[in-house]
Design a protein. Structure first.
Length: 332
């Protein structure tokens, strides 16, 4: 830092203020310091800074090894948002979440002097384990049952499912099936509840309910089952991967989407726009989830009492996989 100050012709304190983004510095001075930093290849010593400020500028991220689109997308956006906010992020991925494995993960991160932790928790078991923890630093839960965590951020899953089902109702469908996700996933239950609430609000009976496991294969198996039964005129599927498998099975059995049955998914994965037909789905704004999680964590770390919105609205993306029921479908 002293070398940078000498080249830029400023004081050591001025260099420090530029590095830390402090206000009230002339643009010309800031540019000289930044040019000297670039010329000398200077990088701040974070360990030394931590000793002086007693702040590590490091956060921890704990996630589960699901390999699924939603949790993986959120993990990436949390890391990106942390970096943009000036934090380093250390991650721990757990094969299974138990009270002991979570305690070990938190201890590992605390040894790295993290100032806060983001936990990506989509399963009831993970949330139960979190509630029994007191890491001693701010902890924000992302995904999961947002009503059961002290500080949580996520997409309004119930609202997304409600809007998806309402879309089908407004098209004229009266028998709407649902392919739900695994029983242990909180988001699967929220989406199932949104489907049910939309049907009840419209005065309709619940359609057939099928259990999936988020994979295209489970959607495919359900699609074959639907094809062999007195099928509904529409189906709301709890994620896009299962919807893709279901649509493939329907195509194999000569059932056209949306002419014979309308299909709605959830997530808006990149491939859904290019299916035949393109899939109507619910888009989750994972970038906003990451930013909001870091905003909430930063406020807690800074001791600020900001009342930041925790629930992020999804967006229904209407494409060609949904249409009004034909006369034959309506009669069924």
């Amino acid at each position: 830092m002293a070398d940078v100050a000498k080249v830029a012709g400023v004081s050591h304190q001025t260099v420090s203020r530029v590095i830390n983004g402090m206000p009230n510095i002339k643009d010309s001075t800031r540019k000289r310091v930044e040019a000297a930093i670039k010329e000398l290849g200077y990088r701040p010593n974070t360990a030394a800074r931590a000793l002086v400020t007693r702040k590590s500028s490091t956060i921890g991220i704990i996630s589960t090894e699901s390999g699924l689109y939603g949790p993986n997308s959120i993990h990436r956006t949390v890391e990106d948002a942390a970096r943009q906010a000036g934090y380093f992020a250390g991650s721990v991925s757990l094969p299974t979440v138990t009270a002991q494995s979570l305690t070990d993960a938190i201890d590992h991160l605390l040894r790295q002097s993290v100032e806060g932790i983001v936990m990506i928790a989509a399963q009831y078991e993970a949330l139960d384990a979190i509630r029994r923890q007191d890491p001693g630093v701010p902890l924000v839960v992302v995904e999961g049952d947002l009503s059961k965590a002290r500080s949580a951020v996520g997409v309004d899953q119930h609202r997304g499912a409600y809007e998806a089902t309402t879309h089908l109702i407004e098209l004229g469908h009266t028998t709407i099936a649902h392919v739900r996700g695994p029983l242990e996933w909180t988001e699967a239950e929220a989406r199932r509840q949104g489907w049910e609430d939309a049907l009840r609000a419209a005065g309709l009976e619940l359609g057939p309910l099928y259990l999936g496991d988020w994979t295209p294969r489970s959607g495919y198996i359900t699609g074959r089952q639907l094809a062999a039964e007195d099928r509904p005129s529409a189906v709301f599927v709890a994620n896009d991967q299962m919807a893709i498998g279901l649509m493939h099975a329907l195509h194999e059995t000569g059932i056209a989407v949306p002419d014979d049955i309308s299909v709605v998914g959830f997530d808006d994965t990149p491939e859904t726009e290019f299916l035949n037909p393109p899939l109507t789905t619910v888009r989750q704004n994972f970038q906003e989830v990451g930013r909001r999680a870091i905003d909430v964590l930063h406020a807690a770390i800074s001791g600020e009492n900001e009342d930041l919105p925790r629930l992020i609205a999804p967006e229904l993306i209407i494409r060609s996989s949904t249409a009004a029921p034909t006369t034959r479908k309506a009669q069924k």
